[in-house]
Design a binder for this molecule. Structure first.
Ligand code: AMP
Ligand code: MN
Ligand code: MN
Ligand code: MN
Length: 283
């Protein structure tokens, strides 16, 4: 019997802050021997169609996904993955609003950098994003290209990270808003990279608000956290998910497929989707 092929349910393309085009992401997944991937760009579904077409030609299943930025009731930023998006229409307008806000924020970041004596232009950042949902990584790449910082790490440590002088908050959803948008679009709402913030109390509170799943496997998790989160998912009846959060070659050790997520987790997610749909029909 051949070994079951792994999957990877968290990755980014040039549609947001990844370095590789959607078709290239599907090709990289094929090279890595993956059976399925979810493309989960920040605030956009724009890369899904291209990744799907490329994946279909290579035998890699591509699941439509998105990564939303939300804040919990205490004001702590929490990312939510919408996986298995089946009806994008109700989501699109909200995503467009977030992309517009991201662009305004990027210009504000440039203004702050200019005030700090870094003569980065808005055009350089917009060119770096090339129409994508703009994020701090695009600003960071423009800073590197201009020779003002050596690498991404320095860009975030000196200027762009939370609490640093060019940091500007993003526009974000509340958790119930994020879950509702994902559910309207026919998807599953999954708490992304919970890590140490994923306490039992927070996860249980999100589950009570309708959250479907927990990202158990992520490169940011220690082995102990992964074990704890897997147990928590079972206990709270949340579907497990996992992925590399790949942003392209510059991610170093964080390679595509590196979390070795079992294909069975996709079966669990599909069972949950079927349950959700049955509920929606009778509701
Ligand atoms: P934004 O969505 O604009 O707030 O940018 C957040 C993105 O920046 C994340 O999704 C990561 O891709 C990236 N990022 C966050 N922190 C760092 C860091 N310290 N070094 C490199 N990339 C980072
Ligand atoms: Mn990112
Ligand atoms: Mn994230
Ligand atoms: Mn991500």
């Amino acid at each position: 019997m051949s070994a079951p092929r792994a999957i990877d349910l968290h990755m980014h393309s040039t549609a947001s802050d990844g370095a590789v085009a959607p078709a290239g992401v599907a090709a990289a997944a094929h090279t890595a021997g993956l059976a399925a991937i979810a493309l989960t760009d920040h605030d956009t579904l724009a890369g899904v169609e291209e990744a799907r077409a490329a994946g279909a030609a290579l035998g890699v299943r591509v699941i439509a996904g998105v990564e939303l930025s939300a804040v919990d009731a205490a004001g702590d930023e929490t990312h939510v993955l919408g996986l298995h998006i089946a009806r994008p229409a109700p989501l699109q307008q909200a995503l467009e609003g977030f992309r517009t806000a991201r662009r305004t924020r990027a210009l504000e970041i440039v203004g702050r950098l200019n005030a700090l004596g870094v003569p980065l232009t808005a055009d350089a950042v917009l060119a770096e994003a090339n129409g994508a949902a703009i994020g701090r990584p695009h600003v960071a790449r423009a800073l590197i290209a201009g020779g003002w910082v050596a690498d991404l790490r320095e860009a975030f440590d000196r200027y762009l990270g939370a609490g640093r002088p060019a940091f500007v908050e993003k526009r974000r959803l509340t958790m119930p808003e994020a879950f509702a948008l994902i559910h309207e679009a026919g998807g599953l709402a999954v708490y992304a990279h919970p890590g140490r913030d994923g306490t039992r109390e927070r996860v249980a509170a999100f589950a009570a608000l309708g959250m479907d799943g927990l990202e158990v496997r992520h490169p940011g998790h220690s082995p102990a956290e992964t074990t704890r989160l897997a147990a928590l998912a079972r206990e709270l009846d949340l579907v497990p998910s996992g992925g590399s959060d790949w942003h392209g070659a510059a991610d170093g050790a964080r390679t595509i497929g590196c979390m070795d997520v079992p294909a069975e987790w996709l079966d669990l997610q599909e069972e949950r989707l079927a349950r959700r749909r049955a509920h929606t029909v009778t509701a």
